[in-house]
Design a protein around this ligand. Structure first.
Ligand code: ADP
Length: 258
């Protein structure tokens, strides 16, 4: 099957008055449709830079980025972003917040409105359509932010540390919830996180990056033999610790900072 996204020998450096900082070195990997992939690596290695290149916010210095076999030229509507903060506006109802991305893209058709209400119902926020964001819990707010992105029907979802602003307990529940919604929607997802447990509980593959300039150290396929394969159930499965330790070791192999 043709990959949805292909990165071929991507290099990127920042140029400032103080000099050049090489952030990414020869990064190559592919994402297949429907796959959930996590990228882990030391802080400051180049993970956010990688997402900005995939989102088309920046151009690589060299190398190729292909979406469905065609070069990614600018900010593509086929790519959706989910960030650490939900960026819901308090002066809009939950429903009108969800329509925001679609409004920016053009006039809101009755079909888009119906789909927004349908998604709210489907993901348990139907009764909160008229509520203000402050009336929702942290988890519900993240769910609303995800629905706003899903309404645009992106082919690829980029998740940049989406749970890191939440406290530990909430984080476990919300990542379980959001992970299951993404699986259910069939979307291809690329998650950047510094939390190994989160990466193992959510993904099909983990791409391990080295320290800056980031290179791909290893790509680890993740499979669990669970009847009900959810992020929370994974955390209690025997394979969880094995994957965690394997990736932890790999990350710390070349880490001179500890
Ligand atoms: P991560 O997301 O893995 O923490 P980033 O992609 O944000 O890392 O940054 C990678 C490296 O690139 C950092 O170490 C930083 O020094 C450098 N960097 C990031 N943004 C800029 C910028 N706007 N200008 C100069 N250097 C930058």
């Amino acid at each position: 099957m043709k990959p949805l996204l292909e990165l071929k020998n991507i290099n990127y450096s920042y140029h400032t008055p103080d000099g050049e900082t090489k952030a990414l070195s020869n990064i190559s990997f592919t994402l297949s449709t429907g796959e959930f992939t996590a990228v882990v690596g030391p802080s400051g290695c180049g993970k956010s830079t990688l997402l900005s290149l995939i989102d088309g916010l920046m151009r690589p210095e060299s190398g190729e980025l292909l979406l469905n076999g065609a070069p990614l030229t600018d900010n593509s509507s086929k790519i959706g972003y989910m960030l650490q903060h939900d960026h819901l506006f308090e002066w809009r109802s939950v429903y009108r917040n969800i329509l925001l991305g679609a409004e920016i893209n053009g006039p809101i058709t009755p079909e888009v409105k119906a789909r927004a209400l349908d998604l709210l119902d489907q993901y348990g926020l139907g009764q909160f359509a008229g509520s203000k964001p402050s009336e929702l819990s942290g988890g519900m707010r993240q769910r609303a932010a995800l629905i706003r992105t899903l309404l645009l029907d992106p082919e690829l979802l980029l998740l940049d540390e989406p749970f890191s602003a939440l406290d530990y307990q909430t984080r476990l529940k919300v990542s379980d919830d959001i992970g299951q919604i993404i699986r259910h929607s069939g979307k291809t997802a690329l998650l950047v996180t510094h939390d190994l447990s989160e990466a193992v509980s959510l993904s099909d593959r983990i791409i391990i990056l080295s320290q800056r300039p980031a290179e791909v150290v290893r790509i680890v396929p993740i499979t669990f033999t669970l009847e009900n394969d959810t992020p929370l159930n994974r955390r209690n499965a025997p394979e969880f610790k094995t994957y965690f330790n394997e990736i932890w070791k790999e990350l710390n192999k070349n880490d001179q900072t500890i």
